[in-house]
Design a protein around this ligand. Structure first.
Ligand SMILES: [Zn+2]
Length: 257
């Protein structure tokens, strides 16, 4: 069904790019997919739209179909995630999740669960103390959304129930391996009992409960390596063809120059 010429959308601003003298091109995640839109004149001090169109803001927009890009004709703020603007570390975590979401979000497709996840993550980074824990929660949920839910309860090779002992994680197999299947295997990493406990806790509880969890720096370091590694692995696998095509295009145009 073709979209109407003018339409209202709620969205979160993922990315902004300065354009011409006073405009900006915004990449916006909406529950109905990713949208690129031109916000005219927002870099002028007098622009009344500008106040609502900051990076990571949640806004209600009126969009008009333009020739190439949609045009933002009105913007009202819904949620500011104020904490992100006062603290560089909080802002950096928000930038990280926005970049990952930008990479996985399709255009013109229902992504309401991804939209909700982004909202949860931005609220966390705006308000909570343990930013690292918020990042791990986001990664685990995003992997689930992308169809790569990590198996944390049974060995992914022999399917026996995992014991409270050091087990192993395989990116390729998408979950934990028991010591009999995992020890000495190539491309797996050992996972401590504490790290496994945190992973299962994150998988089973809502953010409002998880915020009370206390995690040691050593366990945090272990979880960061594990989850960022697994996320990177799955993203690379999904995006491999896209990367390849982009690189080939660059090489081709360089060769022509
Ligand atoms: Zn096993």
């Amino acid at each position: 069904m073709p979209r109407p010429r003018v339409f209202r959308r709620e969205g979160i601003i993922l990315r902004e790019l300065d354009y011409a003298e006073a405009d900006r091109i915004l990449t916006i995640l909406t529950p109905a997919g990713k949208v690129s839109a031109l916000a005219k004149g927002v870099r002028r001090v007098t622009s009344h739209k500008a106040g609502h169109l900051g990076l990571f803001s949640r806004v209600s927009l009126m969009l008009a179909q333009g020739r190439n890009l949609d045009i933002v004709t009105q913007a009202e703020g819904i949620e500011e995630f104020e904490g992100l603007r006062k603290d560089l570390e909080r802002f950096s975590y928000a930038s990280y999740v926005a970049e990952v979401v930008d990479r996985v979000a399709p255009e013109d497709e229902d992504v309401s669960s991804l939209y909700d996840l982004l909202m949860v993550a931005l609220r966390w980074f705006s308000e909570e103390e343990d930013l690292v824990l918020g990042a791990r929660l986001f990664e685990l949920r995003l992997l689930e959304y992308a169809g790569y839910q990590a198996e944390l309860f049974e060995c992914v090779s022999c399917q026996t129930r995992l014991e409270a002992e050091e087990n192993y994680f395989s990116n390729e197999m998408g979950g934990l391996l028991c010591p009999r299947c995992g020890a000495g295997r190539q491309g797996v990493r050992a996972v401590s009992v504490n790290a496994q406990k945190v992973l299962r806790y994150l998988a089973r509880h809502e953010p409002e409960i998880i915020r009370g969890l206390r995690v040691s720096p050593a366990t945090h370091a272990e979880l960061e390596a594990l989850l960022m590694g697994y996320l990177e692995y799955t993203l690379e696998r999904d995006l491999n063809s896209a990367h390849l095509i982009r690189r080939l295009k660059q090489e081709l145009s360089a060769g022509r120059g």
